[in-house]
Design a protein around this ligand. Structure first.
Ligand code: F6R
Length: 243
């Protein structure tokens, strides 16, 4: 594990974008594993800036996203497809045919997950997987006590997640109850894993995940065993380590 210590969210985002850009420069047809959520938004903004400045070309870049809600169409602003489009895909010259997310509109979970695993395999695996860290240590939608050996699977969202997500919807009834997510095995198979973590509210779980025991009760802790895991975190997120 390598830790890149940054001053704040902005600095974290610049450095994470630099690391991703270096992968694209070295392998223009690389497979990027992408994440949604608030942590990577700044990273995407910096990647867009590099593209706009003429310093980065996404023309042959391929991508697979970590997860997608089951039952939300791409046109729904809360879908992860919409998020990716809004924050990155529509702002750079990536070929949309080279971008992939689990098919949230496939009602047959087994089919949707098998198809997604096939897509990832056919691309030759993920070169760099970008991740955020959940407050309970989740990565993707792999909540505490998910087995480490899962590939893409369907998860029932916890009451806590449904409750946390309801602010984005008109009513709690509209919040999806299930999602498709890459499993921990899929994430561990990425050649490089890059996690971005910012803020005091993540400090406790960051310490637990990367300086505590490796356990399914803290899913991110498995990354301690990844041969090429880079944690880009700001001072607030690292603040519990100094204690
Ligand atoms: C995103 C994802 C989630 C988030 C995590 C942290 O695709 O799968 O695991 O990375 O919930 O979210 P933020 O970054 O909003 O704190």
């Amino acid at each position: 594990m390598r830790i890149v210590r940054t001053k704040n969210y902005e600095d974290m985002s610049v450095k994470a974008a630099d690391l991703i850009a270096s992968v694209i420069l070295l392998k223009p047809n690389c497979v990027l594993g992408l994440a949604t959520g608030s942590s990577p938004i700044g990273t995407y903004q910096n990647l867009v800036k590099k593209y706009q400045d003429g310093n980065l070309d996404f023309n042959t870049v391929r991508s697979v996203n970590l997860d997608e809600y089951k039952g939300l169409p791409r046109t729904n602003p809360q879908s992860y497809y919409y998020f990716m489009h809004d924050n990155l895909f529509s702002k750079v010259n990536i070929n949309l045919e080279n971008t992939n997310l689990p098919n949230g509109m496939e009602p047959d979970a087994k089919k949707a997950c098998e198809e997604y695993d096939t897509v990832i395999k056919s691309m030759g695996g993920v070169d760099l997987q970008l991740l955020g860290l959940g407050h309970d240590g989740h990565i993707g939608f792999n909540e505490p006590n998910t087995e480490f050996d899962k590939t893409t699977h369907c998860v029932d969202l916890t009451e806590m997640t449904i409750e946390a997500n309801k602010r984005f919807f008109n009513s709690i009834d509209e919040v999806p109850r299930q999602a498709y997510t890459m499993g921990i095995q899929t994430i561990m198979e990425a050649k490089t894993v890059l996690m971005v973590v910012s803020g005091k509210d993540k400090a406790k779980i960051l310490k637990e995940a990367f300086f505590g025991p490796v356990t399914p009760s803290v899913p991110a802790s498995i990354l301690q065993f990844h041969p090429n895991f880079i944690l880009v975190a700001d001072e607030d997120a690292l603040s519990e380590l100094d204690k």
